[in-house]
Design a protein around this ligand. Sequence first.
Ligand SMILES: Nc1nc2c(ncn2[C@@H]2O[C@H](COP(=O)(O)OP(=O)(O)OP(=O)(O)O)[C@@H](O)[C@H]2O)c(=O)[nH]1
Ligand SMILES: [Mg+2]
Ligand SMILES: [Zn+2]
Length: 304
Amino acid sequence: MPCLKSDSKNKPEKAHILVSGQIVAAHGRHFLVRTEQHNSLDCITRGRKLDVVCGDRVDVNATSPDQGIIEKVHSRSSLFKRSDLFRTKPIAANVTQVAIMVAPRPSWSEELLQRCLLAAENQHLPVLIIANKADLPEHQSLLDSLGEYPAMGYRVIPICAKNGFGDLAKYLEGQLTLLVGQSGMGKSTLINTLFPEADAPVEAFSEALDSGRHTTTHSRLYQLNDKSAVIDSPGFQEFALAHLSFSDIESGMPDFKPYLGKCRFRDCHHQSEPGCAIQKAVEEGKISAHRLSFFHQVIRENRR
Ligand SMILES: Nc1nc2c(ncn2[C@@H]2O[C@H](COP(=O)(O)OP(=O)(O)OP(=O)(O)O)[C@@H](O)[C@H]2O)c(=O)[nH]1
Ligand SMILES: [Mg+2]
Ligand SMILES: [Zn+2]
């Protein structure tokens, strides 16, 4: 129940109401909060330091029937983010799984997919890989390229978001799913298919540049039912992981797991050390060579 508070002792009292809710849209320093009473409030934060993202649970001081000030952010069960040397870019809070969308056109990047996987692993979030645009002839080669990911524990779900969502709905049930991916992969198209009233902006990608047009500029949460929701997010072209330590990166590679702790040297960097269990697994074809070079690339980048 909302509780009534008064501002001062003697002056005519300006009552305000404290309510709890969830951030369903974040536009710079403006936020849309959906309250537990199912009202929508346009909000700003009390202090500039208060970091708020889509999915956050917050306490709001409702200053009018449709406006408020965010006073407090509740502790988060997860925070999916990327970060470079200069700043951290939180993307969504409290999500329970991450759906990474890829598609054959515009060109998708396996490296960006792997970076998202590391960010999700770091927050212990299960991942769905959505292989969109099943109607395009190049889709089979996309699926072939994703062939090794199920063995790492990632479900690969082919869909044609333009026309439907196949059996995806069952994977969304009971989850707060964050939908991420490069620009132009079809995230907002899927949102519009899942939520016909959503009217999320969608735009054709640029054939000339072979890339999306960054159509979605702000994250937005769409409620599927009482227990399930999906957050659409802006597409990206890079995904830095400066917040991850060597051991975060190591333990974020599920295909490395059976071999970790088995190298001759405890501080092995899996480069050219003798008795390295990871290099041996690569030689024996148990880990793909491109996964080890991706690992070294992220480590090198974070060292800089
Ligand atoms: N052929 C085909 N095109 C699709 C499909 N899904 C989406 N598209 C097209 O892909 C283009 C980009 O779709 P969006 O939904 O805007 O992509 P997005 O991932 O939200 O892009 P950003 O908001 O920029 O991150 C649009 O022209 C869509 O019509 C599909 O299943 N098949
Ligand atoms: Mg979009
Ligand atoms: Zn090693």
